[in-house]
Design a protein around this ligand. Structure first.
Ligand code: COI
Length: 356
């Protein structure tokens, strides 16, 4: 059944929903996908063939250039169900803007707002019954764009595919995390792609992260690529510290992913009068602050992870225990505030919510 909409969006509905086979109260992260997905193609210098279709596999030529040269970028955002049953999507305009900044860096075409945000709205409307309402659960939304030229010469592709698909999700980290300060491998170098949400950044992190797992850690605390002295990010998240009542986090440079949770937490902190310093803390400063008791909180912030308390920092073979999670007023308060806004329990006074 096909139904044409404004913006040349065509909707082909799934013959039968798979929702009855899914336990929305207990979704694992990233394994189950909703009934539909949005798809668009960039051909001949313009975006075309914008459709919502049943979620399905893709058929790719083996020479598809994204598979070889990595022109692939993605986003992550979430939708929630309010107590009144409305679908609320958190700051999708920020993901839209970041995706286009990633596209620029990776020499890919920008996606128009009507396809990203307009298409997302239609997709969420169609799959609205898939949005979990239970505390801790949400609908994780994954926009992705990749190069599709069937050509193995090295040059920017001339064709691309853009997709948005969704997955009901539970928590990403089920417990406070142990992180290892990385002093050999590098996530991002000055002038590199660290500020882009590029697939290759995540691929390059996998081997060092595997080594950290083998040592009993959950994630890596990435340091700067030049001297490995300054703390930049934590695994899939931005990292924040509260030292002497001041919130410290790395500034948005070309080695830092400009996180939307990061931006939201900083705005709330400033509104609440918490002193904020956007600078990279040195590893030495953080270890000294743990030792002299001035480090009050450490937490990762990200879409999938939301606010993830750090419980242990490992550095040069020593595991430093951090204060009890119950005694962390800022990160607990900001987590609760964000949850209340995202789930429609507090009014959206900042224009952060797209209601569907
Ligand atoms: C997100 O937080 O949305 C991310 O993109 C991280 C991903 C590795 C799950």
């Amino acid at each position: 059944m096909e139904q044409a909409l404004a913006l040349d969006l065509v909707i082909e509905r799934a013959a039968q929903s798979r929702l009855p086979q899914v336990d929305l109260n207990n979704p694992a992260f990233g394994r189950t996908f909703t009934d539909h997905m949005l798809s668009a193609d960039y051909i001949g210098g313009k975006w075309t063939n914008v459709r919502i279709v049943p979620f399905q596999n893709l058929s790719l030529n083996p020479a598809t250039s994204a598979l070889h040269y990595g022109q692939a970028i993605f986003e992550g955002l979430k939708a929630y169900k309010s107590p009144a049953g409305e679908v609320l999507c958190f700051r999708p305009d920020e993901n839209f803007k970041r995706m286009n900044r990633s596209a620029l860096r990776m020499c890919m075409p920008e996606i128009p707002e009507e396809i990203f945000l307009g298409g997302l709205r239609e997709l969420l409307n169609l799959d609205r019954d898939w949005v979990p309402q239970r505390e801790g659960c949400s609908l994780y939304i994954r926009p992705v764009m990749f190069a599709t030229d069937a050509f193995i010469g090295l040059r920017p592709s001339e064709t691309y595919k853009f997709l948005i698909f969704c997955s009901p999700a539970g928590v990403y980290y089920s417990a406070p995390v142990k992180v290892k300060v990385e002093t050999h491998y590098t996530r991002a170098a000055q002038g590199g792609t660290g500020a882009a949400k590029a697939a290759g950044n995540y691929a390059a992190a996998m081997y060092p992260t595997k080594l950290a797992y083998q040592e009993g850690y959950d994630q890596i605390l990435w340091t700067d690529g030049k001297e490995h002295k300054y703390i930049e990010e934590a695994g899939t998240m931005n990292i924040m510290f509260i030292i002497n009542d001041t919130l410290i986090t790395a500034p948005e440079t070309d080695t830092i992913l400009p996180g939307i949770t990061r931006k939201s937490v900083l705005q709330l902190a400033r509104e609440w009068g918490v002193p904020v310093e956007e600078r990279k803390p040195s590893v030495e400063e953080v270890i000294a602050a743990i030792q002299n008791g001035t480090l009050q909180e450490a937490f990762g912030v990200g879409t999938a992870a939301t606010i993830a308390h750090i419980k242990v920092i490992g550095y040069e073979g020593v595991q430093y225990e951090l204060p009890d999670v119950q005694n962390r007023p800022f990160s607990n308060k900001v987590f609760q505030e964000l949850e209340d806004i995202k789930r429609g329990r507090k009014p959206d006074t900042r224009g952060w919510i797209m209601k569907v």
